[in-house]
Design a protein around this ligand. Sequence first.
Ligand code: HPA
Length: 275
Amino acid sequence: MKNYFEKLELARNYIMNKLPGTPEIGMVLGSGLGDLAGEIRNPIEFDYTDIPEFPVSTVKGHAGKLIYGELSGRTVLAMKGRFHYYEGYDMQTAVFGIRIMKFLGINNVIITNAAGGINENFSEGCLMLISDHIGFISPSPLRGANIEEFGPRFPDMSEIYSKKHIGTAEVCAEEIGLSIEKGVYCFAQGPQYETPAEIRAMRIMGADAVGMSTVPEAVAANHAGMNVLGISCITNMAAGMLDKPLSHAEVMETTERVRKRFMQYIKTIIAKLEV
Ligand code: HPA
């Protein structure tokens, strides 16, 4: 049986043999941002099912594709569809794509997601640059034998989200007249949404937003020395904050409403990101 590292190598080799060069920027496209993949020019597409050893995504609305090509004058490799812990994957599988990116020579990655707003100053549809995260609630993707090829056993996590990239993203927001929030993203295992008591606890801990992805990916990326930019679309106010139940339909509605603006923002950032 192949071990995890051998599986990564097989998948990486398959992809690398079909790419003309090393992509400058990696992207993980969260809910609603999948359409950005359609704007990638001269695309080379890989169905996850065609890549040896690559996991396959099960969630509706998360088509499983890796797309290489040009966006805003840069070469990118985008993951359309990610692997969530709540789907039943272990954390090592959840970060498979990020590690493939590193293995392909990518050192800068933009990770996006949909999240619930915990900060009372936020509103549905706003965008938040992730300044830091709370992830000790989740198992670590780095658990088990350390992969020295990626990074050390006990990696520092003082600056998972690159201050330089956040600065660039702030400049880009100003440039396109977008008001942008900044805050701490808290991981929730899901798939159930949180309880109001959990949201109050997260707020006391210092969280501004909550979601079911990104944290494992950002940890694995940081372990491997990659610079991460994380952006949340606040699709709903978190449980107990408004007098209505949470629903996936609402999350999808908001992502749809914000989609164009979010896409424009990401494209502006890609053009400017220092790699
Ligand atoms: N909680 C967790 N994940 C989410 C939410 C939420 O309120 N909204 C979108 N993803």
